[in-house]
Design a protein around this ligand. Structure first.
Ligand code: IMP
Ligand code: MG
Length: 185
């Protein structure tokens, strides 16, 4: 089960310096997810394909990959919104996927599901590639602003309605290097 955080988390990284989620807590949870994923996919006869959503999910994916005890391949997609004036649902997807995904077991790896638009759009595209299965691992779930329904098959933490940084998540491209997760406001 994902760990559910309450609204009592510290408000500002610069005023408290206290992590919403410490690196030790993240490590424990990611290892548990790795064990669960390895167990759930133990019967498949091809390596699991982790499709990592750039850039925020890279840190999570690196730790998750090393928590697996089953063979896994690593691929990447990048989602970018079209220029200004378009709706959020219109995403341009850059694939960095070497082989065909047809009949492969694919696990999307995302840092945080917020409105759900990003993951919903990527999922729609991935289904066209006819994988044998398609599931989602997300380190963080922030359900407060969900606009489209998303099923998160492997979930790290449920967080309150605060913007967060660290462990791969950025604010204006920065703070990805922080080992824990901090609230910005
Ligand atoms: P969604 O499409 O609204 O679900 O947004 C998901 C994407 O927005 C994620 O892939 C993140 O890159 C980014 N994002 C959403 N919330 C945060 C946050 O609190 N910190 C950093 N990035 C975020
Ligand atoms: Mg992202």
């Amino acid at each position: 089960m994902p760990e559910v955080l309450t609204q009592t988390a510290p408000a500002r990284v610069e005023s408290t310096g206290k992590a919403m989620i410490t690196s030790a807590r993240i490590a424990r949870r990611v290892h548990a997810l790795g064990r669960q994923i390895s167990h759930d996919y133990s019967g498949i006869d091809t390596p699991l394909v982790l499709v990592v959503i750039l850039k925020g999910a890279t840190v999570f994916a690196a730790d998750l990959l090393r928590s697996l005890s089953i063979p896994a391949e690593l691929e990447f997609v990048r989602a970018a919104s079209y220029g200004s004036g378009t709706t959020r649902g219109e995403l341009r997807l850059a694939h960095m996927i070497d082989g065909p995904l047809v009949d492969r077991h694919v696990l999307l790896v995302e840092d945080i599901v917020d409105s759900g638009h990003t993951v919903a759009a990527i999922t729609r595209r991935m289904r066209r590639l006819r994988p044998a299965s398609l599931r989602l691992a997300a380190l963080l779930d922030r359900p407060a602003r969900r606009a489209v329904p998303v099923t998160i098959d492997f979930k790290g933490f449920v967080i309150p309605d605060r913007f967060v940084i660290g462990y791969g998540l950025d604010y204006a491209g920065l703070y990805r290097e922080l080992p824990g997760i901090y609230s910005l406001g």
